[in-house]
Design a binder for this molecule. Structure first.
Ligand code: AMP
Length: 113
């Protein structure tokens, strides 16, 4: 997708602070962190949002969650805990329409859902 910020990050056209990469996924630090640790995990395939997912994405989704847990461990926040979050659509506050999961840690989120 030519006008997608995250596709541009994947192509190296926009710089990013990479924390993980494999053949299916890329993870990098959020430019405006909402927590001391704030990583975005994105599929290399351009998928607009959770609304565009189908049964063929089951393996990819499992891989995303397992990778989030691995990144949390690698960054030393697994023990204290973390949140994996996806915003789908405008009412949830999705601003970038390339599927992504936020990995948030380093703080307590008890007051949120
Ligand atoms: P969402 O609101 O769920 O769509 O999340 C989009 C996230 O992407 C926000 O937390 C932004 O701060 C983050 N973001 C936007 N542009 C960049 C960028 N160039 N590098 C890193 N994070 C970005």
């Amino acid at each position: 997708m030519d006008d997608c910020i995250f596709c541009k990050i994947l192509k190296g056209e926009i710089p990013s602070d990479k924390v993980y990469e494999d053949e299916l996924l890329y993870a990098f630090r959020d430019i405006a962190p909402a927590a001391p640790v704030h990583v975005l995990i994105i599929p290399k395939e351009h998928i607009e949002s959770a609304n565009a997912l189908n049964a063929e994405h089951k393996e990819l989704l499992g891989h995303i969650v397992l990778t989030a847990a691995k990144i949390a461990k690698d960054l030393g926040v697994a023990e204290d805990g973390y949140r994996i979050l996806n915003n789908c659509g405008k009412n949830a506050g999705q601003t970038v329409f390339h599927l992504h999961f936020h990995l948030l840690a380093g703080d307590e989120f008890k007051n949120l859902v």
